[in-house]
Design a protein around this ligand. Structure first.
Ligand code: GTP
Length: 336
């Protein structure tokens, strides 16, 4: 099975972290987000992943120079300008020379970390004779997602992006799709085309789109809150045995307190400092008496003595938070 992974977005919601590192190369626990995604796909029989790259493509090439990631063959294709989600699929399919006779292929948003059973999705797709099948997940508040209405056997009747309340369903597009090669023919070439806003609504109207409702572990790690949550879920053992948050290559002062947090290799936490519910990047320094609560400190950033960084603050790569400064829900530097 081949998969196209959409990883060419700007990741604006995670700025300033994404100003220096594309979203899927940001660390989740101790390795890049993309490795969690590719590992999940490889567990379900995906052996070749086409990376649909755009913004920050060099970072991916540099990280996987031998064209392999988590044991899977990578093929990198780069759009000269962003073509949006469907345009990117069409471009990647052609540029990677994907073979139509190979049958359906997977498409996944590169920031979706999930334990979806692709085999189950493939079975439904085949039995239904679907042209494309979408993974759906149930959420309490569907208003910021693509909401999908199906009939009892799974055929999609409507596909509505970010509907005003009341939403017609609590089942949302979870960002993993199976597509027959014929879907490529539905996507115009040479312009921006959205899977969610154009291609799937048209297919729903034509009755060729199906959905698998499957409530399994799923997170779209593209916001400050969910980027942090994806890491805390691994620490909390929500996806298997609880993972260790503190790298053996981090340096913690004997008088530092680190609770339910990720502290990456080369990072240092000083005397009397506290890190709780947070992620501290590679080579970052939390100086004595500083507090980092429910926040992300980027690679090689410094939180100065006695500073307080709280409430989903994002501290960008290499940034120095001055001693004593208090930041809550901030982005430093303030994102453009
Ligand atoms: P925000 O700017 O924070 O919304 O993030 P984003 O740019 O990543 O957009 P979004 O999360 O909505 O995109 C969903 C997935 O599609 C992500 O994995 C993106 O990397 C990817 N993506 C979005 N637009 C493009 C595009 O034009 N080309 C490619 N190749 N991928 C895209």
């Amino acid at each position: 099975m081949q998969a196209i992974l959409l990883v060419g977005g700007f990741g604006t919601r995670l700025r300033p972290l994404t100003l220096t590192t594309p979203k899927q190369m940001l660390p989740v626990l101790h390795r890049p987000m993309i490795e969690h995604v590719v590992c999940g796909l490889s567990r379900h029989g995906v052996d070749r992943v086409v990376l649909a790259l755009g913004y920050g493509d060099e970072a991916f090439r540099a990280a996987y120079p031998d064209g392999r990631c988590a044991g899977v063959e990578l093929c990198c294709v780069v759009e000269s300008e962003p073509l949006d989600t469907a345009g990117a699929v069409r471009f990647a399919h052609t540029a990677a020379g994907m073979d139509d006779s190979a049958g359906p292929f997977l498409v996944a948003n590169g920031d979706v970390i999930t334990d979806l059973d692709v085999g189950e999705m493939l079975r439904l797709h085949r039995v239904a004779g679907a042209e494309a099948t979408v993974h759906l997940i149930e959420v309490d508040d569907p208003s910021r997602y693509g909401v999908v209405v199906t009939d009892p056997d799974g055929r999609v009747g409507a596909f509505v992006e970010k509907p005003p309340p009341p939403a017609p369903s609590r089942w949302i597009n979870a960002g993993t799709y199976l597509m027959e090669p014929s879907v490529i023919g539905r996507i115009d070439g040479g312009r921006r085309v959205s899977v969610e806003r154009e291609v799937f609504p048209a297919m729903a109207a034509a009755g060729t789109l199906w959905a698998l409702r499957h409530n399994t572990y799923w997170i779209d790690a593209g916001t400050p809150e969910t980027y942090l949550q994806a890491q805390l879920d691994l620490l909390d053992g929500r996806r298997g045995p609880a993972a260790a948050g503190v790298s053996p290559a981090a340096v913690l002062d004997a008088g530092a307190v680190v609770e339910r947090s990720v502290v990456m290799a080369g990072a240092a936490v000083g005397e009397g400092a506290m890190v709780r519910g947070s992620a501290v990047g590679v080579n970052a320094v939390i100086e004595a008496g500083a507090q980092v609560l429910d926040s992300v400190v980027g690679r090689a950033a410094t939180v100065g003595r006695g500073a307080r960084v709280t409430n989903r603050t994002l501290v960008g790569e290499g940034v120095a938070v001055p001693p004593g400064q208090a930041l809550s829900g901030a982005r430093v530097p303030e994102a453009a």
